[in-house]
Design a protein around this ligand. Structure first.
Ligand code: CUA
Length: 229
C-alpha cells in the first residue's frame, strides 16, 4: 500500500510487477542520462563564444544525432515489447475471479466455487474503525490464495471502470458488453489495495479494491465457509 512520501512505485507483490519495476528503473536511468547531457549542453551555450561565419552544414554530426537517439529508443522499445507480451500470458490459472464495475462499487463472482458472489463497497469515513484505511478499505474484501496463478475477468454494468491494483501490476478496464482477461500471481501474503482508474462518475474515487492474499489452506477454509452459508 502506498503511504506518505512514496513517490515511486509500490513494493511489488507479484513477479510481473517486479518486471515492471525493473523496466521503470531502466527507462528512468536512460531519461536521467539524456536530461543531464542535454541540460549540460544547454547550460554551456551561455558561456561559449564560438562563432564561425562559414559554417553552413555538418553531415556527420547530423547523422550521429539522428541515429544515436533511434538506437537509444530501441533499448526502451524492445524490453517494453517483451513486457507487453509477458503481461498477456495466461498460465493455467487455478482460480478465476470475475469482477464487475458498478457506479460506484465492485462486485465479485467466484464462478469456480458454486458461484459465490458479493458486492464490495468502500467503508465511509464516519463508519471507519480506528485501524481502518480511510477511502481505501471495503466491507467485503476479495480473498485469494497466494502462490497460485489467478485469472481475473473484468467487466462493467453501467459505464467504463478500471480494476487497478498497483502492487500486483494489474490494470484492466471493465467495459459494458465486453469481458477482459488478465492474470497475476501473488508471491507473498498481505493486503493489496487498488482503486478504479477510469473516470467513471461523481464517486469514481470511492470504489476501492482490497485483496487479501492468504495461504491456500486459509483460502479453502474461507471458500467452504461461504459455500455453506
Ligand atoms: Cu469506477 Cu472510476
Amino acid at each position: 500500500m502506498s503511504t506518505w512520501a512514496n513517490l515511486g512505485l509500490q513494493d511489488s507483490a507479484s513477479p510481473l510487477m517486479e518486471q515492471l519495476t525493473f523496466f521503470h528503473d531502466h527507462a528512468l536511468l536512460i531519461l536521467v542520462m539524456i536530461t543531464v547531457l542535454v541540460g549540460y549542453l544547454m547550460f554551456m551555450l551561455f558561456f561559449n563564444t564560438y562563432v564561425n561565419r562559414f559554417l553552413l552544414h555538418g553531415q556527420l554530426i547530423e547523422m550521429i544525432w539522428t541515429i544515436l537517439p533511434a538506437i537509444i529508443l530501441l533499448f526502451i522499445a524492445l524490453p517494453s515489447l517483451r513486457l507487453l507480451y509477458l503481461l498477456d500470458e495466461i498460465n493455467e490459472p487455478s482460480v478465476t475471479l470475475k469482477s464487475i464495475g458498478h457506479q460506484w462499487y465492485w462486485s465479485y463472482e467466484y464462478s469456480d466455487f458454486n458461484n459465490i458472489e458479493f458486492d464490495s463497497y468502500m467503508i465511509p469515513s464516519n463508519e471507519l474503525p480506528n485501524d481502518g484505511f480511510r477511502l481505501l478499505d471495503v466491507d467485503n474484501r476479495v480473498v485469494l490464495p497466494m502462490n497460485s496463478q489467478i485469472r481475473i475477468l473484468v467487466t462493467a454494468a453501467d459505464v467504463i471502470h478500471s480494476w487497478t491494483v498497483p502492487a500486483l501490476g494489474v490494470k484492466v478496464d471493465g467495459t459494458p458488453g465486453r469481458l477482459n482477461q488478465t492474470n497475476f500471481f501473488m508471491n507473498r501474503p498481505g493486503l493489496f489495495f487498488g482503486q478504479c482508474s477510469e473516470i467513471c462518475g461523481a464517486n469514481h474515487s470511492f470504489m476501492p479494491i482490497v485483496i487479501e492474499s492468504v495461504p491456500v489452506n486459509h483460502f479453502i477454509n474461507w471458500i467452504s465457509k461461504n459455500i455453506n452459508s
